[in-house]
Write a protein that binds this ligand. Structure first.
Ligand SMILES: C[S@@+](CC[C@H](N)C(=O)[O-])C[C@H]1O[C@@H](n2cnc3c(N)ncnc32)[C@H](O)[C@@H]1O
Length: 282
């Protein structure tokens, strides 16, 4: 196969500079940028080159080699953050039917309930999970939110976490949210949909690189890791699955993206129980 043509624009991104950026991105985030992504890298980074007043990619790549903050900024810009409320809604249907009642009983017995949205992007996924967990009965949901219940939302990119913690979205996004949850847990302010305090109470947002060490102790009852493994190579995916297995309680649930698979040595620690849904075996 011939190499992808060089992107055409104000600057030149030659093959060598592209390779340096791709290697650096892989080393620090696990994200694989194949040759076909040269145009994407150009369009995401050209604005930074311009803003920094640099003459072109050669100087910028030199900066990335020597400046960790500049490198992080480039990697954040190279993440793809597409998401939506109730994306792959069969996961939320499964959670409602097979998982929720057990977690409510656990919380009522005074035991901690821990869920993790491990590549949360701008928050639509963890808020969807919070609404599904709290349900559509305001009094019961508010009582549940006052128990030891926490949904950890983490992502590599700080700009998306800022949106998640603000909890304000364009009102047009309301169409993705079932009416019974919209009515119960959020309000409308001008052209914004505002996530209510009960949802925010159960959510905690942290920046976390899935490749680095994880500070969390304790066991998770539910892990969502959706539409991030697609960017990783096979060894990175396998290691990630192993690390999830170590942190997940027996009988807990792992939800992955529609085109993702559980692979590697920890596969035997998971039993498939639905479309891209796995239960951690004892
Ligand atoms: C396509 S979004 C998926 C969002 C959500 N899980 C969903 O399925 O709708 C992928 C997210 O993974 C994050 N990401 C990429 N590499 C990561 C890493 N090494 N550690 C943590 N998050 C990462 C990106 O910043 C991005 O927000």
């Amino acid at each position: 196969m011939s190499a992808a043509p060089a992107p055409v624009g104000e600057f030149t991104l030659d093959a060598a500079d592209f390779t340096t950026i791709a290697r650096m991105t892989h080393a620090h985030s696990g994200i694989v940028l194949a040759d076909g992504k040269r145009q994407l890298v150009y369009s995401r980074l050209a604005k930074i080159v311009r803003r920094r007043g640099m003459s072109g990619f050669a100087d910028y790549v030199e900066l990335l080699r020597n400046d960790a903050d500049a490198r992080r900024e480039a990697i954040f810009a190279l993440t793809t953050n597409h998401t939506k409320f109730f994306r792959e809604d069969h996961h939320f249907a499964h959670f409602t039917t097979h998982v929720r009642a057990g977690l409510i009983a656990q919380a009522e017995r005074g035991r901690p309930v821990r869920l993790w949205s491990s590549a949360s992007s701008s928050g639509e996924e963890p808020y969807s999970l919070a609404m599904t967990l709290l349900g559509d009965d305001k009094a019961a949901g508010t009582r549940l939110a006052s128990r030891d219940v926490a949904i950890l939302a983490t992502d590599l990119a700080p700009h998306v976490l800022a949106t998640a913690s603000a909890g304000r979205y364009p009102v047009a996004m309301a169409r993705d949210i079932p009416e019974r949850y919209r009515r119960t847990w959020m309000s409308k302010e001008a052209d914004e949909l505002v996530m209510g305090p009960e949802l925010k109470r159960v959510l905690a947002y942290r920046r976390l690189n899935l490749l680095e060490s994880w500070p969390m102790k304790g066991r998770f009852d539910v892990v969502f890791c959706r539409n991030v493994m697609i960017y990783f190579d096979e060894p990175t995916k396998a290691r990630l699955i192993e690390r999830f297995a170590e942190l997940m309680a027996p009988g807990s649930f792992l939800y992955i993206g529609h085109s993702e698979r559980v692979i590697g040595p920890a596969t035997s620690a998971f039993e498939p129980v639905g479309q891209t849904i796995y239960r951690r075996t004892a």
